[in-house]
Design a protein around this ligand. Structure first.
Ligand code: GUN
Length: 296
């Protein structure tokens, strides 16, 4: 194995730099509108990780001075009650952004809920219209984790043009939208997934390797191109309580030129993009003034 000096892609530092700009945009918005940009989160049921994610979102919103509204709903809520609450938030002129935290309890169809969110308030960028805009050009609101990964690469001056980017994982939340963003940045993109035969034969060719699967230690040093950039999106808790990513930090850090740690890599960037998307939605809606009716 070749020993290189590996630079950490520090998501906390990059997010702090991005938050400075967000803070000044929020101040400007407040001066003009007399209120802060405001995010509403709908949380259904008691799913434990969702409680943690939502409280992280709330803390971040409060830290930068965004307005934050949380709707906690019982896990047995009927679909009609959920869609009618989403409709109310869509029409509320004091709310700029709306997130329905996933997963929903099994009796609720996440697509129905996501499709009901007004596309101009869709902070997650999961609405089919926003996904379509992402693929055809650039959407006002794009999914936060892939957007955060692109911002992390940019923060460290890592260009995508002429590079071979390999994305492991094809989820709608990370792998698929990220592949589109990498392609837009002129990388040559390969997407690997659970049915890929001989994963290492692809990952070894990656100038930029992004792993978003949720399997601890899936990627080891012998699967990484010497001098490659590695971004670890996975987050899992081991039986001993340790939080780890999909990348075996010990062996990969001996081979890669850059590596994002878990925690402290992509996670803070996702939160920074959530704040940034809320401000973007608020600025857009303030210019639009009256939101067109939305019927899914
Ligand atoms: N559950 C886990 N990650 C996310 C996310 O990014 N957005 C929403 N709405 N739910 C999630």
């Amino acid at each position: 194995m070749i020993k290189t000096s590996c630079q950490l892609l520090d998501g906390r530092a990059a997010a702090t730099a991005i938050e400075k700009k967000i803070l000044s945009d929020i101040e400007e918005f407040k001066k003009n509108s007399g209120r802060p940009p405001t995010l509403s989160v709908v949380l259904v049921g008691e799913h434990a990780p969702s409680q943690i994610y939502v409280s992280m979102k709330q803390k971040a919103a409060e830290r930068v001075g965004l307005g934050f509204q949380l709707h906690r709903l019982q896990s047995n809520i009927k679909e009609i009650a959920l869609t009618s609450l989403i409709g109310e938030i869509n029409r509320d002129p004091k709310i700029d952004g709306l997130i329905v935290q996933l997963p929903l309890p099994p009796h609720l169809d996440p697509r129905t809920a996501l499709n009901t969110i007004h596309p101009d308030k869709d902070i997650d960028g999961f609405h089919p219209l926003n996904i379509g805009r992402l693929i055809t050009s650039r959407a006002l609101l794009e999914p936060c984790t892939p957007k955060g990964i692109m911002a992390l690469l940019a923060h460290y001056g890592i260009e995508c043009i002429h590079k071979h980017a390999v994305v492991v994982g094809r989820s709608a939340v990370v792998g698929r939208p990220l592949s589109v963003m990498l392609l837009r940045a002129s990388a040559t993109v390969t997407i690997c997934h659970r049915h890929t035969v001989d994963l290492g034969s692809y990952t070894k060719l990656a100038d930029i390797l992004v792993v978003a699967v949720g399997k601890p230690h899936l990627i080891t040093g012998n699967m990484v191109k010497p001098g490659g950039v590695v971004v670890d999106v996975g987050i899992s808790r081991l039986d001993n309580g340790t939080i780890v990513g999909d990348v075996d930090f010990e062996t990969v850090s001996r081979v890669a030129s850059h590596l994002s740690p878990v925690p402290g890599g992509v996670g803070p960037m996702t939160i920074a993009m959530l704040l940034s998307n809320t401000v973007r939605a608020a600025q857009h809606l303030a210019h639009v003034k009256i939101l067109p009716e939305w019927s899914p």
